[in-house]
Design a protein around this ligand. Structure first.
Ligand code: TRP
Ligand code: SF4
Length: 326
């Protein structure tokens, strides 16, 4: 029996290179060794972006297309949509009853979002419960491991706490105590050097056409100390160089050399980077186009995933209902 993995992503927009190095590449690698469940967390998207849902539905399909085109294999892994498996809400409800309010109010991600997000009103009942639903997502499939970024660690801790509370209260060891698998890839910064994020308009998207990628990369900041072509550069403080070391590792030494010895200028360096990134993601884009054409095929994959997820989820819920006498 393979160990079980569950992970999810909120369908809040087009996937970008940050998602690729931060999560998707890792998911693809985990598929063989584990039984993976990859979930489109549309309830979670609603919890944080309920004010504007115009693109929610198209984002769900878009995310699945992106996953398939980077190599998530529906024959190996279960790809499903959270809101189509009603058991998530049932377990969320039961967990809501036993989760201490203080744990949620003190949750670092909650406090940070309330502080930082000014454009949306997150001061809601639903948003406070965000990590409770995440615990339900994970525990419904009795996941052993959860691949996530460092920022999600508090949610994993809360998941284990909820599992402990439930198992103790109802005197049944129904739920496991899942661990995170941390994605240790270096963080890829956005074009402007801030965190790569849709809301900063600094992303390179998996679906960007080559001309747009070239244009975007040409706007990147480089080493501020390098003003004239003849100035020697400092790759370690240049965001362009960090893209090379994340994506085009084979060129790292060469770029370091042409930068520090002022053999190439930044404009050329960025042009070469753009060409290499385009090369690297063009197979993904080809696959993306192929998959996008087959609308029925995508629907079938999602329907099958929902069905497979439901089968497991309803089994867990039978045990849960029995344990709580419902
Ligand atoms: N909260 C996660 C994020 O924003 C998304 C998510 C929802 C998730 N449910 C999950 C991740 C379950 C892992 C497991 O990234
Ligand atoms: Fe950055 Fe390349 Fe310019 Fe060096 S040559 S400063 S690595 S863009």
């Amino acid at each position: 029996m393979k160990k079980i993995i569950l992970s999810g992503m909120r369908p809040t927009g087009k996937l970008h290179l940050g998602h690729l190095v931060g999560a998707l590449d890792n998911w693809v690698k985990l598929q063989k060794e584990y039984q993976c469940f990859f979930m489109v967390a549309d309830w979670h998207a609603l919890m944080s972006e309920y004010e504007d849902t115009r693109e929610l539905l198209s984002n769900i399909t878009d995310n699945v297309i992106d996953w398939l085109s980077v190599g998530i294999d529906p024959k190996e892994s279960v790809i499903f949509v959270q809101s189509k498996v009603p058991e998530h809400l049932k377990l969320y409800m039961i967990f809501s009853c036993l989760t201490p309010l203080g744990l949620l109010e003190r949750c670092p991600t909650y406090k940070e979002q309330l502080r930082e997000v000014k454009m949306r009103n997150l001061n809601t009942y639903g948003f406070l419960g965000y990590p409770v639903l995440q615990a339900a997502d994970i525990l419904l499939y009795k996941a052993d491991k959860v691949p996530v970024g460092r920022d999600q660690l508090p949610h994993l801790e809360l998941t284990r706490e909820i599992s402990r509370l439930f198992n103790n209260l109802y005197k049944k060891e129904i739920f496991p105590y899942p661990d995170a698998i941390l994605t240790e890839t270096p963080k890829l910064l956005g074009l402007d050097g801030r965190k790569m994020s849709k809301s900063y308009l600094n992303t390179i998207n998996l679906s960007d056409p080559p001309s747009l990628i070239t244009k975007k990369i040409s706007t990147m900041f480089t080493d501020p100390k390098r003003i004239k072509l003849g100035d020697e550069g400092h790759p370690d403080t240049c965001n362009v160089f960090s893209y090379y070391s994340t994506f085009i590792l084979k060129m790292k030494n060469e770029v370091y050399d042409w930068c520090t010895s002022a053999k190439k200028g930044c404009t050329e360096c960025k042009k070469i980077l753009a060409e290499n990134i385009i090369d690297k993601i063009s197979p993904i884009q080809k696959k993306r186009e192929e998959i996008s054409r087959d609308k029925e095929g995508i629907k079938k994959i999602i329907a099958k995933g929902n069905e497979n997820a439901s089968a497991i989820a309803s089994k867990t819920m039978q045990d849960v209902f029995k344990a709580v006498n419902l």
